[in-house]
Design a protein around this ligand. Sequence first.
Ligand code: NAD
Ligand code: ZN
Length: 369
Amino acid sequence: MIEVPVTLAGETYVVSIGDGLLAEAGARVRALRPAITRLPVITDTNVACLHLPPLVESLAAAGIAAQPIVVPAGEEAKSFAELARLVDALIASGVARSGLILALGGGVVGDLAGFAAAITKRGIPFVQVPTTLLAMVDSSVGGKTGINTTAGKNLVGAFHQPAAVWADTALLSTLPHRERLAGYAEVVKYGLLGDAGFFAWLEAHGAAALAGDSAALAHAIATSVRAKAAIVVRDPEERLDIRALLNLGHTFGHALEAECGYSDRLRHGEAVAIGMAQAFRFSVAEGLCPPADAARVEAHLAAVGLPVALPLPPDRLLGHMRHDKKKTETGLTFILVRGIGKAFVAHDVPRERVQAFLEAEARARATSC
Ligand code: NAD
Ligand code: ZN
């Protein structure tokens, strides 16, 4: 088992990563809350079928009665309607402000349950038990919680750090391969943005991690969590440019997702994989990055089965970028690279440069989503 401490605002919580942690949940809850007898467990319909029974069993063995609250699977659960239902259910469960809530699921359950925990009784501590690779390496670290509105994703939320994160790599064995790959794109991101050694490790061992090798998975997850924690610790509430580095591949990626209507045609992680490849190609075109580094990035993403290009109409993509949260008056903000592991924030990138790049991409590769 690997333990990664995360210290934020003077408080430390531990992200534990290992094979079989779910079976220890009862003892771990007991260690956090010695007197607890009941525990609200928030999960979604898919995860409830697969992984709720062993959790309930582990809690029961420690003398704790689980109070399951099941939300619909999928992004739609991050809504005001589900939030209201969840908050009502939490209040009905009798959970005290000094009590505990457990979130068992992917990023959707973590974001929704974390936000409900943040606002119910003005804040109840919660534990994240992430069940997707994306949730283990990204959404369960950093304390961002929230829901979507009709105007866009993650527009309503709060910072609420978990009391602990228990990432059981065995839970990933039931995750559909496409979901695992989508999470893996975010793993690759940590190598590309600041850790060339980790990227080289992924070139050698990433495929084993994706195939379910638990030691390789634990190393990949722990390194990703350390990388995200190191960034978040330096910029907890996203006020400096540091946390923006986590957006490598995301300005291009968000435009692609928007153009595909946030549909199943393109998962977020797939868009990020394409976006990272584009950030490298754009950096090469701008004379910032050696072409060989961009070629290595594309080769690795493609080798594991992630897409590296999706040429959609440049004017449509630019239109979506105009609505990006990170834009300024004079230009667009991108995370660009001087090579693998050397990302930096580039403000005020002229629209015309981006347009010329996207047009060259569209000419070079003609397909659609
Ligand atoms: P998700 O939670 O929707 O999970 C993907 C699918 O896999 C769902 O159908 C789910 O039911 C299923 N699933 C989950 N675990 C499973 C398992 N072990 N076996 C089989 N099926 C399983 O999606 P996600 O990719 O985990 O998370 C995406 C969400 O995370 C988005 O809403 C995004 O905004 C959010 N996010 C938040 C942060 C943050 O900092 N808070 C960061 C990144 C992403
Ligand atoms: Zn992302």
